[in-house]
Design a protein around this ligand. Structure first.
Ligand SMILES: [Zn+2]
Length: 161
């Protein structure tokens, strides 16, 4: 009888890894964010990344951050968290948790709160000082949605595809 593997990845590494893998699907040249929604018993319920809504072609809609407002991405892009929530077709997300590679903005936090997600595990918090994220934390605190920073293991995962 052989012993079980000891170097298998943890749940946190697995779900954050899936979130980051999803982010690689984004066509945004500046920001690739991924989300992975997980049930209380560690089943993946949904995945999302930042992109334009269905039918809104990446070749037609703009990815720029500057210029005339209508020519920037901000009016059109759907963030990974919202995409993951909207992609879910299984019923309720009540009590679930979301792994996301970047701390959610205020708009996504509204959706997270309203969908019943109870915990956020985030990696980067590089916009932590911006009004959008300050507002985000304010709402999450009021709604009792717990958030914690993902602790990187430093493990590099290599997958050949
Ligand atoms: Zn957002």
């Amino acid at each position: 009888m052989s012993e079980k593997r000891q170097d298998y990845i943890s749940w946190d590494e697995y779900f954050m890894g899936v979130a980051k893998l999803a982010g690689l699907r984004s066509k945004d040249p500046n920001s690739q964010v991924g989300s992975c929604i997980v049930s209380p018993d560690n089943k993946i319920l949904s995945i999302g990344y930042n992109g334009f809504p269905r039918g809104c072609s990446d070749d037609v809609f703009p990815w720029s951050r500057e210029g005339d407002e209508l020519d920037t991405k901000y009016f059109y892009v759907t963030h990974s968290e919202l995409n993951a929530i909207l992609n879910y077709r299984g019923g309720s997300l009540e009590g679930s948790k979301i792994y996301v590679s970047l701390f959610p903005c205020n708009e996504c936090s509204k959706a997270i709160i309203q969908s019943g997600i109870r915990e956020i595990i985030y990696d980067s918090d590089k916009y932590g000082d911006t009004p959008a994220v300050i507002a985000s934390r304010k709402m999450l605190d009021a709604a009792g949605v717990h958030y914690r920073r993902y602790i990187r293991s430093g493990r590099e995962l290599k997958i050949t595809v």
